[in-house]
Design a protein around this ligand. Structure first.
Ligand SMILES: Nc1ncnc2c1ncn2[C@@H]1O[C@H](COP(=O)(O)OP(=O)(O)OP(=O)(O)O)[C@@H](O)[C@H]1O
Ligand SMILES: [Mg+2]
Length: 482
């Protein structure tokens, strides 16, 4: 970027001489003004340096300086003083001028030094600001709460994705924060001033998908009354977020692949190729590798989209982050609804939150907390207020018990469906239909997890969404471990 300098002097010859000298350095972009008023009209452009004559008709140099300082205090101003008015130059320094040069004396030599200094200073400040930005992001990347080792890993990956424009693919169960991560990447990147455009591949009818992606020309199909600009074009200079990418059919996968290879698209019914410049981030809760094996996802597209894979862990594998997040949502809600300022989670409620398996992940936690604030009768939020489906602390596991450990849950619905009826009943009934005590259900869940995880306590604890110490304690209690 060029170094923008305003030269303000009513003496045209002198102004031109300064400009001439400054323009010898091709990195400088010089604009000349013959009065303070004229310069102030364009001060919003935030020049990198203003050279300002003191003695001018109109408001003069000092007043111009004051006005610049008032509205744009970071713009450096160097005063240009005639010989004999040095005391005014000194006064101007007290008003915040960066320095001054004296006409016909030290001006040309000092000019070079002053410009060099201002330049170095502004570059240093820019670096410092960038550094501060990085430090701020380290602690809370784009509002992503979490300090568990699993989430720290995610933070590190996000930081790496900011270094370039590679494609990013975010994988995680429903409600784990995939969209939030995509936004964190967009707003953390140098595309942040461009648009963040979302396409939900599951929400749009198959036959309209291509036009949604690439746009269409007027009359290209029945109902195409006007030209439409597709999401890829809309996302120019920004980021396009392809959500639920596992829902694309093979035909569109081929078209998407072509677009990603050439960075060119053709609107439906058009014949002009149009270049686009958008960073591509995708997300899915499906096991894409498995889809490739089944032949429902193209392997070549997979490599295009997954240059940077980000695996978001389920909430139950994030340990104490669950509490951090619960408090975060509590605080956020209270910030917007000060009448609930005294609400807090009791120790029991915190334990319940930690021990629950959160099949709907962060989204489920957020709504449980917000609901609990509203349903609790006192300032203490009790476990009951959280209305966690008691059976389902176990049922997600029960559902997955038939599934090999480590295999991903295929659909959004799987973990939640347990709450509607028959399954849930089956969980709380014994083999001959008798009602089981909660303790017995717990025992069975622990035993099963321990068995399916082949005696790996850590993994069993993670799967159950409880702490390691709790797992050991329960294994001993139920005499499953010596
Ligand atoms: N680490 C986090 N810190 C703070 N808020 C979070 C975090 N993760 C998720 N959230 C919040 O949880 C909710 C769900 O997140 P998001 O929509 O990004 O999930 P998702 O994975 O895209 O879900 P789905 O698969 O259902 O589309 C949002 O309100 C989001 O702001
Ligand atoms: Mg989403």
């Amino acid at each position: 970027m060029k170094f923008k300098i305003f030269v303000v002097d009513d003496d045209r010859h002198y102004g031109r001489m300064l400009s001439y000298r400054l323009e010898k350095n091709l990195d400088n972009e010089v604009h000349s003004f013959s009065s303070g008023e004229a310069a102030l009209e364009r001060i919003d452009e935030e020049p990198d340096l203003v050279l300002l004559d003191i003695m001018m008709p109109g408001i003069g140099g000092l007043e111009t300086l004051k006005r610049i300082r008032a509205d744009h205090p970071t713009v450096p101003v160097v005063m240009v003083s005639a010989q004999g008015v040095i005391d005014v130059a000194v006064e101007s320094m007290q008003l915040g001028a960066y320095d001054y040069i004296t006409k016909g004396q030290d001006d040309l030599l000092k000019l070079d030094t002053v410009v060099k200094n201002v330049r170095e200073k502004s570059e240093m400040e820019k670096e410092l600001m960038q550094l501060r930005g990085v430090v701020k992001e380290r602690f809370s990347i784009g509002g992503l709460v979490g300090e568990s080792p699993a989430m720290k890993g995610v933070h590190r990956t996000i930081e790496k994705t900011l270094r370039g424009d590679l494609t990013v693919a975010i994988q995680g169960e429903s409600g784990t924060g995939k969209e939030l991560v995509a936004k964190a990447i967009h707003y953390g990147s140098n595309r942040k001033d461009g648009p963040f455009v979302v396409v939900n591949c599951a929400a749009i009818p198959r036959e309209l998908m291509e036009s949604e992606f690439f746009g269409h020309e007027k009359g290209s199909f029945t109902g195409a009354h006007a030209r439409k600009i597709g999401k890829f074009e809309q996302a120019n200079a920004g980021t396009i977020f392809l959500d639920e990418i596992g829902e694309l059919d093979l035909d569109l996968q081929a078209k998407l692949l072509r677009a990603l290879q050439s960075f060119e698209i053709v609107r439906v019914g058009g014949n002009e190729t149009i270049r686009f410049d958008a960073r591509v981030i995708s997300a899915t809760n499906k096991d894409v590798e498995q889809m490739i094996r089944k032949g429902t996802f193209r392997e070549d597209l997979y490599y295009r989209l997954f240059q940077f894979p980000v695996a978001l862990p389920p909430l139950r594998a994030r340990g104490k982050d669950i509490i951090l997040l619960a408090n975060h949502f509590l605080k956020n809600y209270i910030d917007g609804h000060p009448e609930f300022a005294a609400k807090r989670l009791t120790g029991d409620a915190r334990r319940a939150v930690l021990e629950y398996s959160w099949p709907g992940n962060v989204r489920e936690l957020k709504s449980a907390i917000e609901r609990a604030i509203l349903v609790s009768d006192s300032d203490d939020i009790s476990p009951d207020d959280l209305m966690l489906n008691r059976g389902s602390g176990i049922s997600p596991w029960t559902e997955r018990a038939g599934v090999a450990v480590g295999e991903r849950i295929e659909s959004d619905r799987a973990p939640v469906s347990s709450s509607n009826g028959a399954d849930e009943l089956a969980v709380s009934l014994g083999e001959d239909g008798e009602i089981l005590s909660l303790d017995e259900i717990k025992r069975q869940a622990i035993e099963r997890a321990y068995r399916v995880c082949e005696g790996n306590v850590d993994r069993a604890a993670v799967e159950l969404g409880i702490g390691r110490a709790t797992m050991y304690r329960l294994l001993k209690k139920y005499k499953l471990m010596a």
